[in-house]
Design a protein around this ligand. Structure first.
Ligand code: PEP
Ligand code: MG
Length: 575
């Protein structure tokens, strides 16, 4: 029987294949009581189980670091922290001591207690943490019971993995070549598992609990449409045909574009544009290479600070930044300092709930307030600059004072490193993101203070047009080609050019092929975007000419309305 189920698309892409249904990680725990004289032995068993679990997690951590990078491996720090958590451990010890229950019974009861408690909370984040507790608790149980690990098939045909819940530990053992796609009944977009599936590039649909009427069987034909969050189980022939065709068309287009990967991005009349990657973890460097990125134009470092209970140390950050710097000896890696805010969970900073998080306490505003946090990141970036061409970029700047204050902290960090004899690039470029209209309007003043600007169109559009970039209802009003946005962009570029500092664009608009003529006309020769957009933008540059682009830009800036601009752009690309 065919089933079509709408879930949440948590990692994009299409996968078609046979299901492998993962049995749940649950064991029978014998409910036997023990003799009070055995208490000491039971505690010893518990501690031994904790030690083995920790060793195993450390091992998985090092495996995952090799596989997908440091950021993802830090997920397991959260698991180690649970094994050291006094509240969790006291609960287990209390059950053993007061009720004379065996260690495995106590662990099982403690897991159930905390998972039920977190699940009751109407808080996505806590629900995700319940999954972590279950994962760690089950690992501990496995050691206490001497039970074998549930493993995934390794030598079969590639399959679609179907699971009730999938823990990060289970995901670690996945070979992305074998797993075409994942269907997970539980979980949310921000779960660690979803984050990892995205990093591994595996299509994932989740949140199907209660929606599937007949359980999926191993061997069922399944389609995962990660883009639209749709899952088909035993689909009819014509749906399979449609999806196979979509899959093939996409693959064909990609094949054509991939032929351009090694070519430079040059217009018909010889203007070269450098295309670099936006990344948020070093794992994405491989994808950047595959798409022909020349360096990193935006390294979003927030990910490293999220989903954990304490900030990453300077040493941990250094390893990540150094990996990126060493990867690109001939091009540049622009590392953006922490761009967090009320909309991103970061428990340990105790950020207050805000009515307008995008207008609130975020990014440089937090960093200038919490200077130790800021300085440790600056020190790590500076130290990485001894290993390759690195630049620092500061987000959310809206005044000259903020740059001066940020540069003062940077100077302190430099002075400390000099005192400690730690090397760094004394000429390391410092730039800012121009993403607040105020910054665009005073770009001439800001240009006197920095080495480069990178225009963050994602925020610039939302702040200029007063259109929340996360609000579906007004998404149609979120328009990078609005004349007000274009004027601010042009103003910023002209200010950079007048002062002779670097200028690039790193918002999503940089990856929009329709904007290519505008960059050419305005003299922007550096664009940074999600790696997968690079081949497409390169193809658009190959088709473009400077004169054609200048004519279009002139008309766009002379247009009286947004509708007129839309029509000009449409005509340019269809004629
Ligand atoms: C931007 O605002 O354009 C940008 C690149 O930064 P983010 O999307 O991370 O806010
Ligand atoms: Mg931004």
């Amino acid at each position: 029987m065919t089933q079509k189920v709408q879930g949440i698309g948590a990692s994009s892409g299409i996968a078609i294949g046979k299901a492998f249904v993962l049995p749940t990680w649950e064991w029978d725990v014998p409910e036997e009581k023990m003799d009070p004289s055995d208490l000491a032995r039971e505690f010893e068993r518990l501690y031994e189980g904790i030690r083995s679990s920790k060793d195993e997690i450390e091992f998985i951590k090092s495996e995952i670091r090799e596989m997908v990078g440091n950021e993802e491996s830090s997920i397991f720090d959260a698991h180690l922290a649970i094994l050291d958590d006094p509240i969790f451990m006291n609960e287990i010890q209390g059950i053993i001591q007061r009720q004379y229950k065996a260690a495995e019974v106590a662990v099982k009861e403690a897991i159930d207690h905390f998972v039920t408690m977190f699940d009751l909370l109407d808080d996505e984040y806590m629900k995700e943490r319940a999954l972590d507790i279950k994962d760690v608790g089950n690992r501990l149980l496995k050691h206490l019971l001497g039970a074998p690990e549930i493993t995934l098939p390794t030598d079969t045909q590639p399959y679609i993995l179907v699971a009730k819940e999938l823990s990060p530990s289970q995901l670690v053992h996945l070979n992305p070549k074998n797993v075409l796609g994942i269907v997970m009944l539980m979980g949310g977009k921000t779960s660690h598992s979803a984050i990892m599936a995205r990093a591994l590039g595996i299509p994932l649909v989740l949140g199907l609990e209660g929606k599937i009427t007949r359980p999926v069987q191993t061997g069922d034909l399944v389609i995962v449409d990660g883009e639209h969050g749709m899952v088909y189980i035993e689909p009819p022939e014509q749906v399979v045909k449609q999806y196979v065709a979509r899959h093939e068309a996409y693959a064909r287009e990609m094949d054509e574009l991939m032929k351009l990967v090694k070519l430079p991005a040059v217009t018909q009349d010889g203007l070269t544009i450098s295309l670099s990657a936006n990344i948020s973890s070093t794992r994405e460097l491989e994808i950047a290479d595959q798409n022909g990125a020349e360096g990193v134009g935006l390294f979003r470092t927030e990910f490293m600070y999220m989903d954990r209970s304490y900030p990453p140390s300077e040493a941990e950050q250094l390893t990540v930044y150094r990996d990126a710097a060493e990867h690109y000896k001939d091009s540049q890696v622009i590392i953006r300092t922490l761009d967090i805010g009320g909309d991103k969970p970061m428990e340990y900073l105790n950020l207050p709930e805000e009515d307008n998080p995008f207008l609130g306490y975020r990014a440089i505003r937090i960093c200038l307030d919490q200077q130790e946090l800021f300085k440790s990141q600056l020190r790590a970036i500076l130290r990485a600059s001894a290993h390759g061409p690195v630049a620092i970029m500061i987000p959310m700047i809206s005044s000259v004072e903020e740059i001066i204050a940020a540069k003062a902290v940077l100077e302190e960090a430099k002075a400390e490193l000099r005192d400690e004899g730690l090397p760094f690039d004394e000429k390391l470029p410092v730039g800012i993101m121009v993403e607040v209209p105020a910054a665009a309007l005073i770009a001439d003043r800001l240009a006197e203070e920095v080495d480069f600007f990178s225009i963050g169109t994602n925020d610039l559009v939302q702040y200029t047009l007063a259109v929340d970039r996360m609000n579906e209802q007004i998404a149609h009003m979120y328009d990078p080609f609005h004349p007000a946005v274009l004027r601010l962009i042009r103003h910023t570029i002209e200010a950079a050019q007048a002062r002779g500092i670097g200028i690039s664009v790193c918002g999503e608009m940089a990856g929009d092929t329709r904007a290519v003529p505008l960059w050419i006309a305005m003299g922007v020769t550096k664009l940074s975007m999600s790696s997968r957009f690079i081949p497409r933008v390169k193809a658009a540059i190959h088709r473009a000419t400077r004169t054609g682009s200048e004519q279009l830009a002139e008309r766009i800036f002379a247009a009286r309305s947004k509708a007129e601009i839309d029509e000009l752009v449409e005509r340019h690309f269809t004629s």
